[in-house]
Design a protein around this ligand. Structure first.
Ligand SMILES: Cc1cc2nc3c(=O)[nH]c(=O)nc-3n(C[C@H](O)[C@H](O)[C@H](O)COP(=O)(O)O)c2cc1C
Length: 352
C-alpha cells in the first residue's frame, strides 16, 4: 500500500493528497475538483470578512458532500500608531505615483477606507456552517478559538516553517502539522513577518519528524511522483501542492498570467514582501524591483490592502509587471488539465 493512512483516516479522505489553499488563485471549483479525485480540497478564506466567508462555504457545500478544509490567516494585526498612519500616507503616494509613471491610473484607499478583519469572526461562522476541517497559516490560533473549534469536533491543521513553530503548534494541541519548506510558492506561513526562518524542505521535514509526534503534511516543491516519494521517505504522511495546480482549468489566473508562469526561469523566482508586507515566493517583476528594498513597505495586512487596487488594475490591463504572481521553486510543465485530472495522474504515477 503506497499511501500512509493516518491523515486520510483523520480527514475522511481516500488519498492524503491536499490541494493547497491559494487565495486569489484557487477557487471553489478547484477545491471541488480535488474532492472528485478523492483528495482534500481547500477553500481559501484568507482574511475575508465573516459574510464573505459564509458565502464561499455555502457555495462549496452546494457542490460537494465530501470533506474540505476551510483555510484562514491567523496573523496578528499591528496597532495603528501615528507613525504607521504617516507611513501609510507616504507609501500610498509613492505607489500611486509609481503606477501613474507606468501607465496605470489608480486611486489607492485611504487608511480609513480599509477593512481589517479578525480571524475570530471567521471561526464563529466556520463553526456555525459546520465545517469539519480548518487549516491555518501565519501563526497559531489563540487558545479560546482552539477550544471552541475542538468542542465542535473540528480537526485543526496548522502551518509551520521551523521546528520551533512545529513544537508550538503541537503543544497547543493542533491535530495535524503542515510543514512548509522554503521551496513553496506563495506566502511563507511563518508565525512572524520579519526575520523569517528560511529552511529547505529536506532539513525542515526531517528535523520536525524527529521531534514532533503529530502527523505531518508536507508542502513545498512536490510536483511529481519522485518528489512526493522523497518527502514520504522523510516522514510526511500528507502531501500538499499548490504550484502543480497553478495553471489548471480551475485556476483563477488569467491567460496572460498563466503564460508568464509557463515562461518562468529559475532566476525569476524570488521571495518578496513588496506586495503584502509578508514574504511570499513569486515571479520577480518591475513592482518588486522598485519597492522591495524601499522604505515603502507597510506591515501586513496594510501593504496588502493598499496594493490590492493596483494589482486589480494591472490585472485588467494584463500587465504582468504590477501583479503578484506566486510560484514555487519546482518549475515543471504547467498542465492546463483539470485539477481532478492532474491529481489523478499524480496518484496513478505514485502507485506504479
Ligand atoms: C498562489 C498561491 C497562493 C497561496 N495562498 C495560500 C493561502 O491562502 N493559504 C495557505 O495556507 N497557503 C497558501 N499558499 C501556500 C500553499 O498552501 C503551499 O504551502 C504551497 O503552494 C506549497 O508549495 P508548492 O507551491 O511548491 O506546491 C499559497 C501558494 C500559492 C502558490
Amino acid at each position: 500500500m503506497f499511501w500512509p493512512d493516518t491523515i486520510s483516516k483523520k480527514l475522511g479522505i481516500k488519498y492524503p493528497v491536499i490541494q493547497a489553499p491559494m487565495f486569489g488563485v484557487s477557487t471553489v471549483e478547484m477545491a471541488v475538483a480535488a474532492t472528485k479525485a478523492d483528495c482534500l480540497g481547500s477553500l481559501a478564506l484568507a482574511d475575508l470578512s465573516a459574510g464573505q466567508s459564509v458565502e464561499l462555504i455555502r457555495k462549496i457545500k452546494t457542490l460537494t458532500d465530501k470533506p474540505f478544509a476551510a483555510n484562514i490567516f491567523v496573523h496578528h494585526i499591528p496597532e495603528l500608531t501615528d507613525s504607521l498612519k504617516i507611513k501609510y500616507a507616504k507609501t500610498k503616494q509613492f505607489i500611486e505615483q509609481l503606477a501613474k509613471e507606468n501607465g496605470i491610473e489608480v486611486a489607492l484607499p485611504a487608511l480609513e477606507e480599509i477593512n481589517v478583519n479578525s480571524y475570530q469572526e471567521q471561526i464563529d461562522v466556520i463553526i456555525q456552517e459546520n465545517c469539519k476541517i480548518v487549516s491555518f497559516t501565519f501563526g497559531n490560533l489563540d487558545d479560546q478559538s482552539i477550544q471552541k473549534l475542538k468542542e465542535n469536533g473540528v480537526t485543526l491543521v496548522g502551518t509551520c516553517t521551523s521546528v520551533k513553530e512545529a513544537l508550538l503548534l503541537e503543544k497547543s494541541g493542533i491535530d495535524i502539522i503542515c510543514v512548509q519548506g522554503i521551496e513553496a510558492g506563495g506566502h511563507r506561513g511563518s508565525f512572524e513577518a520579519e526575520n523569517i526562518p528560511q529552511i529547505g524542505g529536506l532539513s525542515l521535514l526531517s528535523q520536525i519528524y524527529d521531534q514532533v509526534k503529530a502527523p505531518l503534511i508536507y508542502a513545498g516543491g512536490i510536483y511529481d511522483a519522485k518528489t512526493l516519494q522523497a518527502v514520504k521517505d522523510l516522514g510526511a504522511q500528507g502531501f500538499q501542492m499548490g504550484n502543480l495546480l497553478l495553471v489548471s482549468q480551475e485556476s483563477a489566473l488569467q491567460p496572460f498570467e498563466k503564460e508568464r508562469l509557463k515562461r518562468v526561469r529559475e532566476e525569476d523566482i524570488v521571495l518578496t514582501k513588496s506586495f503584502s508586507g509578508r514574504y511570499a515566493r513569486g515571479v520577480k517583476n518591475q513592482f518588486i524591483e522598485m519597492v522591495e528594498n524601499s522604505e515603502y513597505i507597510l506591515p501586513y495586512p496594510y501593504q496588502n490592502k493598499l496594493t490590492n487596487a493596483l494589482r486589480k488594475a494591472a490585472k485588467s490591463l494584463q500587465n504582468p509587471e504590477f501583479v503578484e504572481l506566486w510560484i514555487g521553486q519546482s518549475i515543471h510543465q504547467y498542465s492546463e488539465l483539470s485539477t481532478e485530472e492532474i491529481l489523478k495522474k499524480l496518484i496513478e504515477a505514485c502507485e506504479k
